[in-house]
Design a binder for this molecule. Structure first.
Ligand code: MSP
Length: 508
C-alpha cells in the first residue's frame, strides 16, 4: 500500500464547547482530506481533544465535578459537531487515552536517557487566590492577568527539554525546506523568532500544584506540561511506539493544519521533539488565520462565540462550509457576520449554482420529458471551460488555496448561466430548432454534472444531490473528470429541487 496522505487538526481544549474557530480548522482539514481522496489517494485524517492541563482542571473544579468525568462529558459535544458537519476523520484521539499516555512516557524516557531532558529551576510568579502560575511575560503590569492582584515570585524544580541544542539545526532545516511552513509570512516570522537564543522548554509541572496530567516516568513529583503531551499525539495516534508497522506506514504527516496562535509550538517545539527522537519531519505546517467579530478574535474568553451547530442547522452544513472556505484566503483572518453569510448564500449559492441546476434540469423536462435528446460532438466553449476549471481547481488545492479552487469551479457555473442567456433555449424551442436545443441542453447538463463532481470536497451534500440527478457515483474521483460527454441520447436526468432557496432576511 502506498503511503496515505496523513493530515491532522490541532487537538481542541475541552474546557468549553466548540465554536466557529474550531469548526473552521476541521472543515478545512476535511476539505483537504476529501480532495486527496478525490485524487485517488488513501488518506488518514486525525482529530481529537486536548484534555490535560491547568485550565481544564480548574474548569472542572469550578463546576464541582471530577476532572475525568468533566472531560468525558465534553468529548461527545465535539464528536456530535463533527458528525453534523460531515467531518470524515479516521481516528479521534483523546490525550487521556491509555495508549497516548504510555506513548508520551516512552518519548520522555527516551529523551531523558539521551540527556535532552534535565532537572532545573523554573522561576515564575504565583497568584495564591487564583492558584495560578504565571511567567514574567504573562503578568500584566507585574500583577496577575486574571484578577490583577499581587503575585509572589517562586522557584520550582522542574524538567527542561533542551531546545537550545537544536536551534541551529532548526534554522537550517526551515531555510532549506521552503514547504515546511506556510504561508511564507509565517515562515519569516518563525525565522525572525529564531534569531534570538532559544530558551529550553519547561516540560513538567510539580504535582503539588497540578495533578491533572500524565505521570513523568522518572519523577514521582511531576506531571507532563500539557503542550509536550498534546504535540505527541500526532505520533502516538498512529502507533508510536506500540505499533511501529502502522506508524511507519503513516509517518511523516503530510499536513499539520493549525491556527496562527499555535504556530510556534508546531514549528519550534514539535520539530525539535521529532529531531531528538530521530524521526522525520512533517511535510507542511500551515497556519490559518482567525475568525473575528467586530474586530476581536472569536473566543470563549472574549465571549463573542458563534455556535457552528446553530448556524449549520439554520442555513445548512454546505452553506456554512461554503462561507468559511470562500470568504477568506487560507492564511488570512476573516470577519464573520450573519449578513455576509446570507449575502454569499444569495449571490453564489442561490443565484449561480442553485439557479443553474434548477433551470437546466427543468428545461430538459419541459422540452424533452427529462431525456437527453442529442449531444454536441462539435466544439464547445463550456467543455473547454470545464477542463480549465478542473485543472485550476486541482492546482489551487495543491497550493493550499481552497478559495481559489472554489472560484475556479464557479467560473464554469457562471459561464454556464451566461450560456443560457446567450443561446436562449426557450427561443430555440419556440422556433422548433430541436437539434440545436438538444445540443445546448446537453452541454449545459454536462456542465452541471462536472460542477457537481468538482464540488465533492467542498460541498459534499450538494455534490451528492447533483450527482444523484445523473445517477452518477456519489463519491466521484478525478478520473470521472477525464470525460466530457458521458450523457448520451435517451439518458434520463432528473429535475433538481431548488437547492438553495433565496433568504430574504436573517433567520431567527
Ligand atoms: N489544545 C491546543 C492545541 C494542541 S495541538 C497539539 C489549542 N486548543 S484550542 O482549542 O485553544 O484551539 C484549537 C485551534 O482552534 C487552534 O488552531 C486555534 O487557532 C483555533 N481557533 C480558536 N479560535 C479561533 C478563531 N476565532 N478563528 C480561527 N481559529 C481559531 O490551542
Amino acid at each position: 500500500m502506498s503511503k496515505p496522505y496523513y493530515i491532522t487538526t490541532p487537538l481542541y481544549y475541552v474546557n468549553d464547547k466548540p465554536h466557529i474557530g474550531h469548526a473552521y480548522t476541521n472543515i478545512l482539514c476535511d476539505t483537504f482530506a476529501r480532495f486527496h481522496r478525490f485524487m485517488g489517494e488513501n488518506v488518514f485524517f486525525l482529530t481529537g481533544t486536548d484534555e490535560h492541563g491547568e485550565k481544564i482542571d480548574k474548569t472542572a473544579r469550578a463546576k464541582g465535578v471530577d476532572t475525568q468525568t468533566f472531560v468525558d462529558s465534553m468529548v461527545p459535544r465535539f464528536k456530535e459537531l463533527w458528525a453534523k458537519l460531515g467531518i470524515q476523520y479516521d481516528f479521534y484521539i483523546r490525550t487521556t487515552d491509555e495508549d497516548h499516555k504510555k506513548s508520551v512516557q516512552v518519548i520522555l524516557q527516551k529523551l531523558f536517557e539521551k540527556g535532552d531532558i534535565y532537572l532545573g529551576k523554573y522561576k515564575g510568579w504565583y497568584c495564591t487566590p487564583c492558584e495560578s502560575f504565571w511567567t514574567k511575560m504573562q503578568l500584566v503590569e507585574g500583577k496577575c492577568p486574571d484578577c490583577k492582584r499581587d503575585v509572589q515570585e517562586i522557584f520550582e524544580d522542574n524538567y527542561f527539554f533542551k531546545l537550545s541544542k537544536y536551534q541551529d539545526w532548526l534554522i537550517e532545516y526551515i531555510e532549506k525546506n521552503p514547504d515546511f511552513i506556510f504561508p511564507e509570512s509565517r515562515r519569516n516570522e518563525i525565522l525572525g523568532f529564531l534569531k534570538q537564543p532559544l530558551e529550553d522548554l519547561c516540560i513538567s509541572r510539580p504535582r503539588t500544584r497540578l495533578a491533572w496530567g500524565i505521570d513523568i516516568p522518572f519523577s514521582k513529583d511531576h506531571v507532563v506540561y500539557v503542550w509536550f503531551d498534546a504535540l505527541s499525539n500526532y505520533i502516538s495516534a498512529i502507533g508510536y511506539p506500540g505499533n511501529m508497522e502502522e506508524f511507519e506506514l503513516l509517518w511523516p504527516a503530510n499536513l499539520h493544519m493549525v491556527g496562527k496562535d499555535i504556530l510556534r509550538q508546531h514549528t519550534v517545539y514539535w520539530p525539535i521533539m521529532l529531531k531528538a527522537l530521530d524521526l522525520e519531519m512533517p511535510g507542511t505546517v500551515f497556519a490559518h488565520g482567525w475568525w473575528t467579530m467586530e474586530g476581536a478574535k472569536v473566543s470563549k474568553s472574549v465571549g463573542n462565540v458563534v455556535d457552528p451547530l446553530e448556524l449549520s442547522a439554520k442555513y445548512g452544513v454546505d452553506t456554512f462550509r461554503y462561507f468559511l472556505l470562500r470568504e477568506v484566503t487560507l492564511g488570512s483572518d476573516g470577519a464573520y457576520s450573519e449578513d455576509l453569510l446570507i449575502e454569499r448564500f444569495n449571490k453564489d449559492l442561490a443565484n449561480d449554482l442553485g439557479n443553474l441546476v434548477l433551470r437546466t434540469t427543468s428545461m430538459l423536462e419541459r422540452y424533452f420529458g427529462g431525456k437527453i435528446k442529442c449531444v454536441n460532438s462539435g466544439p464547445s466553449k463550456l467543455k473547454d471551460q470545464a477542463f480549465i476549471s478542473r485543472d485550476a481547481m486541482i492546482q489551487a488545492m495543491k497550493h493550499f488555496d481552497p478559495r481559489a479552487a472554489i472560484s475556479a469551479i464557479w467560473d464554469l457555473i457562471v459561464a454556464a448561466n451566461r450560456y443560457v442567456e446567450e443561446t436562449k433555449p426557450w427561443a430555440l424551442a419556440k422556433e422548433k430548432k430541436i437539434e440545436e436545443l438538444g445540443k445546448v441542453l446537453s452541454d449545459l447538463l454536462e456542465s452541471v454534472r462536472f460542477s457537481g463532481m468538482m464540488l465533492a470536497p467542498f460541498l459534499p451534500e450538494t455534490s451528492v444531490k447533483i450527482c444523484g440527478l445523473f445517477g452518477s457515483h456519489p463519491t466521484p474521483t478525478v478520473k470521472d473528470l477525464d470525460v466530457w460527454g458521458v450523457l448520451k441520447p435517451g439518458m434520463t436526468v432528473q429535475k433538481g429541487e431548488a437547492l438553495f432557496p433565496r433568504i430574504e432576511e436573517p433567520k431567527s
